[in-house]
Write a protein that binds this ligand. Structure first.
Ligand code: NAP
Ligand code: ZN
Ligand code: ZN
Length: 346
């Protein structure tokens, strides 16, 4: 075991404090990564504030990890010291169920092992990327292409793949109208990726505050949804709607925006659940779906796609001492568009 520096929450209502945590010895198939940057995902906040259920403290969140390989185990073939790599939301899975074999480890029948707060195969509790180093199985470390900075790449490891996966699965591309609900960490990367795929992209956000950013991010249309008449005017318009909102939305109102055979995909995970009013599904053969992150193979595909299209996150880099303040600002939608912790400050 090696002690490494980390920032942890030791109790629900306390703030983040500097501490040390143990990382396992580097096993034959493990890589040890010196973390350079780690993004703050809204899921870190839902978890830390126990909005999704109780948490075992100390909690070290962080599943948007970008860094450099420091050492590798004796059997590692995919990476070597000095490589630029990323780790996302999972660090293990059973590898043998039909979903794992299909490259969809996120849907492992045994449940994937989350990067933090999960029970690993050796029985220990995983601790995430708000730390100086992490040790993971080589399979769960993806390569970050040279063309993307590690700071703007970090958020791609969760936000990027969470948007890329449904955009790919539901065929975002030329001739397809895609709307993204909520312009936060996930939403802004989704806009960039959907536009690069060739889709006609609309941002649906609550107010006018982010209007000036819409075009720069690549959106073709922008609507502020605070006024309910705006959504009425958009009925029967979209082939695909991706809901990234971290709170509850009126699902039925958004379903009514789908044109024939359209699909709405929830990736946002409201701690409040959703009101079950799905009357609009009956029109236009609409579908309501969900999607969770993406598999390792697709995560690599996403990073290669982003590098080829010059896509990275729009970030505000902060020292680890500002995590608490950053959490409050994310909840207030006051971030443009992802906080990234400089791991050198941990
Ligand atoms: P974020 O940066 O906070 O963005 C969420 C956006 O939702 C905000 O920018 C805001 O957009 C909108 N919003 C927030 N509260 C709202 C409300 N009460 N009503 C309407 N709109 C509201 O969060 P994020 O990191 O992108 O994560 C978004 C959600 O996705 C979280 O629930 C997170 O846990 C979940 N998530 C899921 C997956 C997955 O695999 N399915 C992966 C990562 C994250 P506007 O200000 O533009 O309206
Ligand atoms: Zn996340
Ligand atoms: Zn499995």
């Amino acid at each position: 075991m090696t002690d490494v520096a980390a920032y942890a929450l030791v109790e629900k209502d306390g703030g983040f404090v500097p501490t040390t945590i143990e990382r396992r010895p580097v096993g034959a198939h493990d890589v040890e990564i010196r973390i350079a940057f780690v993004g703050i995902c809204h899921s870190d906040i839902h978890t830390a504030r126990e909005e999704w259920g109780s948490v075992e403290y100390p909690l070290v969140p962080g599943h948007e990890i970008a860094g450099i390989i420091e050492s590798v185990g004796s059997a590692v073939t995919t990476h070597q010291p000095g490589d630029r790599v990323g780790v996302g939301c999972m660090v293990n899975s059973c590898r043998v169920c039909e979903n794992c074999l299909a490259g969809e480890e996120q849907y492992c029948a045994e449940g994937n092992v989350g990067t933090y707060g999960a029970v690993d195969v050796d029985g220990t509790i995983t601790r995430g990327g708000y730390a100086s180093h992490v040790v993971v199985d080589e399979h769960f470390a993806v390569s970050i292409p040279d063309g993307i900075g590690l700071d703007v790449a970090a958020p791609l490891l969760c936000a990027g793949i969470t948007m890329f996966s449904p955009l790919s699965h539901w065929g975002a591309g030329p001739g397809r109208r895609v709307a993204i609900v909520g312009l936060g960490g996930l939403g802004h990367i989704g806009v960039k990726i959907a536009a690069a795929m060739g889709a006609d992209v609309t941002i649906l956000t609550r107010s006018d505050a982010k209007r000036s950013d819409a075009e720069r991010l690549g959106a073709h249309h922008f609507h502020a949804t605070g006024d309910p008449s705006v959504l009425k005017g958009l009925r029967n318009t979209y082939d695909l709607i991706i809901n990234t909102v971290s709170g509850e939305i009126d699902t039925d109102r958004y379903l009514s925006l789908l044109r024939l055979n359209g699909t709405m995909v929830n990736v946002g995970v409201s701690p409040l659940g959703y009101r079950a009013r799905f009357g609009s599904l009956a029109t236009n053969r609409r579908s309501l779906a969900g999607s969770g992150i993406g598999g390792i193979r697709q995560t690599q595909e996403m990073l290669d796609f982003c590098a080829a299209h010059g896509i990275g996150a729009e970030i505000e880099t902060i020292p680890a001492s500002m995590i608490d303040e950053a959490y409050d600002r994310v909840v207030a939608s006051d971030v443009r568009y992802r906080f990234v912790i400089d791991a050198a400050t941990i």
